[in-house]
Design a binder for this molecule. Sequence first.
Ligand code: SF4
Length: 881
Amino acid sequence: MSTEQATQPVRTTCPYCGVGCGVLATPDAPVAGDPDHPANRGRLCSKGAALGETTSLEGRLLHPQIQGRRASWDDALDLVAARIRHTIAAHGPDSVALYVSGQLLTEDYYAANKFAKGFLGTGNIDSNSRLCMASAVAGHRRAFGEDIVPAAYEDFELADVVILIGTNTAWCHPVLYQRILAARAARPEMKLVVIDPRRTATCEGADLHLPLHPGSDVALFNGLLAHLTPEGTDPAILIARKDCPDLATTAARCGIDPALLATLAAWIAATPRVVTGFSMGVNQSSAGADKVNAILNLHTATGRMGLPGAGPFSITGQPNAMGGREVGALATTLAGHLEWNRPGDADRVRRFWNAPNLAAGPGLPATEMFAAIARGEIRLVWIMATNPAVSMPDSSSVRRALAGCETVIISEAMAEQDSVDLAHIRLPALAWGEKDGTVTNSERVISRQRPFLPPPGEAQPDWWAIAEVARRLGHGAAFAWQGPADIFQEHARLSACENDGARLFDLTPLANLDPSGYDRLPPTRWGELRYDAARLQAKLVPTPFRPPLDAVSAAFPLVLNTGRIRDQWHTMTRTGKSTRLHAHLPEPFAAIHPNDSGAIKNGELVRIETETGHAVLRARLDPGQRRGSVFAPMHWTDRFCPAGLINAAVSPGIDPISAQPELKHTPVRIAPFAASWHGFVLSADRMGTDLAAWCALFPTAQGWRHEVAGHEPAAVAFELLRARIQYKGAWLEIHDHATGLHRGALVCDGVLRAAVFVGPDHRLPPRNWLAGLIGSAPLRLDERRTLLAGIPTVGAAPEAPVCVCFGVGAGDIRAAMGRGCVDLADIGTSTRAGTNCGSCRPEIRALLAEPARQAAVEVVEGIVPPGETALWGNTLVQTNM
Ligand code: SF4
């Protein structure tokens, strides 16, 4: 890397969500938002702003490994090629599969897809994007005949009504949300509507929240379609009308107040400028494709598409979910938006690739792929940049399938990753900051990911490993790329191949990009079709309402909905390195409505049980949770909390149209986790997750915090935990055997090295003050005196931050309110909270609205009869039925 490269910020792209923000990055310096990138214009959210804290080599896979032992690249690649050759010779091409990822760059994705479909002859390549947007793909293809997104971020800003359904945009796509709020601040007449069973952070900025029954989205949009197109005779409209003849019927089906629905219908009727943004809450459903088409039907039939500020918009989860769709890395698609079932397309791909052995047809989508591995039909799987042992539904079955598979190969940047543990051959991959290629965001903007760090160890690009294996299998000429620019050029030429306007995905202008043009490539949108009404002739697709696959029962009376939190990404292999990002919500939790919690108290551990499995999580009683439903985030892994893997409990049902798993509707029951003691261990070192029956750990600024609970007598547990501390020094201890309360602090040369606190229940002192003392300057006398109380004698104990950028907690914000701060601007001036990335602004707003919220909670809790509406801040809420 040249000196100039090392000192000049490199323009690259955030590797997290599908907003695809531009980033200015320099080694050893905090990253900044790229003011020239059209997605973010300089903004970054908390995850993007912390990217600089996640590029250490700690936990990286830096060398190839065979059966856990270091190997040379040649030996590892020879073995991969030999295993593929043997497996196909013995069992046919469909005995081999690739499971790839929306984290891959387009060039890696293209190489993997060409290798599998064109040269191994297997259709069995699927992406983890199957879990996040396969339903959007299916919906677009049914309506438009091609997977196209007919709007852009700018349309959210131009709309008069923005509807966000099944998306906690404030937390999961924060920069897009901030753009929407900024547009609304400039045009206060603009309306923001959130449709979600939960009252999420996104609702804090909304004018209207419709807390619909989980899974009733199709009925809602059918009802709106019927109401807004009374004269229509298309079968889709007739079916919608039969399903939901009027708003009252629709509201009853959806479990919402008819007045709220009537308000939404009136707002849509009043303007052609309506945008509907949707994401996982729509896609991750056994009726996901129908939900997408119900949304598209409304926009198509009412003419709210092909205009500035109008259209349906799929907000993608991963940074390159869209790139994977372009290269056809789903088992059900071909490359370049070509289709298996469209006459001539497969032959077109065969001729373009000069492929000797094009797959016979579509392969198995993700859930079926792992089932086929479990049955022994797929005998070799090559996993790239994903962690199916954690992220797949019914993840315990996926682990068992991988453990029993003859050959598991993984290309991965991280050594400490659950699926890596199960792989026979491990290939070290480049990570963000080292990779070189392109990604495409939700609005079809292709951006460069450029390297600003040297390749560590022996890590290599994924496309290189694929090309090397292809060469060993005798296909070197077809994979003789010198770099990612060659691959991108080939990908662009395939999109243009015999296209003649038949496919909207056409990169002809980029098909002759040479390496220097590729290096300089600015963010570029393909297919400018937003206001091209002729090209956006969508079909209406009949979407009769189907209830979710798995219904609640007396045994499993609640509905589990899994999702994401503000400051973590996927299975935390990257965000898990940032102490700041752990500060907001450090433990896996289950959000439960207070009226559903029974004997479970806020902060206790709760066991979530389903027919598929179970997980133990921290209970957060949340009146914003719809009654009858439980929310749990999906980020935690074996590395952070082995008993808290919620996907082990998620049922494996899928949408029959899109094959996307249902991650939002698993019937569950909840019960207290019967621990005889609870505790925490603070230490300078990570002590592992085997400290107790339940253990969640995470880094703090000074070391590691371990939250623990178990079944032994408390005194025994204390001794076991204390014995795990490696430091030598004087233990200060207190023991109350009558109550099961045991506390110890290890002080070496006046410095606190570790603390072990055990008690009969979860009510233990706050940890932040003690955690901040670990390994820091010698203790003062006043600190020593109160170590075992766990609270300072001077000043207040620090609290978990709301604003992770500046470490501002709820207490600081309330104190600022006490000093007269009444809005976001005041709070920002007084505390700096919310003035950087803006991800915490919804929570600050919620704190500002606390008196109003309290009133609304009382209403929700029964002062106003069920089904009536109340005002919450400036937002209508519906009382629970
Ligand atoms: Fe990255 Fe945040 Fe932008 Fe998403 S919104 S791309 S996570 S900075």
